[in-house]
Design a binder for this molecule. Structure first.
Ligand code: SAM
Length: 284
């Protein structure tokens, strides 16, 4: 199912046992571009296209949602529909808060506020992989070495949430990139919104395009297969005694990633959240 132009979206009504709690399973699904909690048992989601309807319904069933209705609607400003969906999130000393047009931005004066516009890029902070990476970014091993962390690289930056958080936490420069062109506008919007344009540089590309070396901290929240594939490049880009945060690793593939990375990096911390593993490593 594909819309003929950008003026239409698919609207899908889902029923479930607990809309508030189960809505967390829908965050950061790259196909879902917006959502609205209707009541305790119903959620409305919006998609630009549905590639395989049966597959999509199976996927939602696997998350304990029942599909009640799928219809084509006129594309209004879908972010307005997200106001009940994206909630602020406290991750240790960080407060990740959604910035939505027409809605007051909630801030926490006691925490470091990071504003994120919910858009097409991955990285609202709600997905386990981002959440765990943000937790490990605040690990003592890193914060106690703040003065040694001068250059940071964010591999697969999405919304730039990890870049912005590290620019705040380490008060230093971050080079970020993503190979998906649809993330760029959203990432740049977030960088400006958080006034980090002087420290965070985001570009469209892959690790092959990074000319600099000697990064003291590298962040990579991407699939295990890609992490394994780019290991030689990650090593080339990391300074001696540098730190590395790897996320996006399915639990079942953790040992494959460790087999490769532990040849050159020692494991300091690991977080397992749901089906996902996140690692903090230090170059040997
Ligand atoms: C799981 S998201 C992580 C986004 C954000 N860093 C976060 O932690 O929430 C992975 C991102 O990596 C990008 N990506 C996947 N493979 C890549 C590659 N080989 N090079 C650059 N970016 C890649 C995707 O487009 C996506 O935006």
């Amino acid at each position: 199912m594909e819309n003929k132009d950008n003026n239409f979206l698919y609207e899908v009504i889902l029923s479930c046992d607990n809309a508030e709690e189960q809505s967390y399973n829908l965050y950061d699904n790259e196909k879902i571009c917006g959502a609205e909690i209707l009541d305790d048992n119903n959620i409305k989601i919006f998609l630009e296209k549905i590639e395989d309807k049966d597959n999509f319904i199976d996927y939602l069933n696997s998350l304990d949602f029942k599909v009640e209705e799928i219809k084509e609607i006129k594309n209004e400003n879908w972010t307005l529909k997200c106001k009940d969906f994206y909630k602020p999130l406290k991750i240790k000393n960080l407060f990740i808060t959604p910035e939505i047009e027409g809605q007051e931005t909630i801030l926490d004066d006691n925490l470091l506020n990071i504003k994120i516009v919910p858009g097409m890029a991955f990285g609202t902070g709600h997905h386990e992989t981002t959440k765990s990476a943000l937790l490990l970014l605040q690990d003592e091993a890193l914060l106690n070495n703040k003065d040694k962390i001068k250059k940071i690289l964010d591999v697969g930056s999405g919304t730039c949430i990890l870049s912005i958080a590290s620019a705040f936490l380490f008060n230093t420069n971050v080079l970020a990139f993503d190979n998906d062109p649809t993330t760029l506008q959203n990432a740049n919007e977030n960088i400006l919104l958080n006034k980090k344009q002087d420290s965070v540089t985001n570009f469209l590309g892959t690790i092959e395009d990074v000319k600099e070396n000697d990064f003291d901290l590298i962040l990579a929240n991407i699939y295990a297969e890609i992490l394994i594939e780019i290991f030689p490049k990650i090593l080339e880009k990391s300074s001696l005694n540098s730190f590395l945060i790897l996320s996006g690793i399915e639990k079942a593939k953790l040992s494959l990633v460790l087999d490769v990375y532990e040849s050159e990096f020692g494991l300091l911390q690991q977080i397992i959240e749901g089906n996902w593993a996140t690692l903090l490593l230090k170059r040997k």
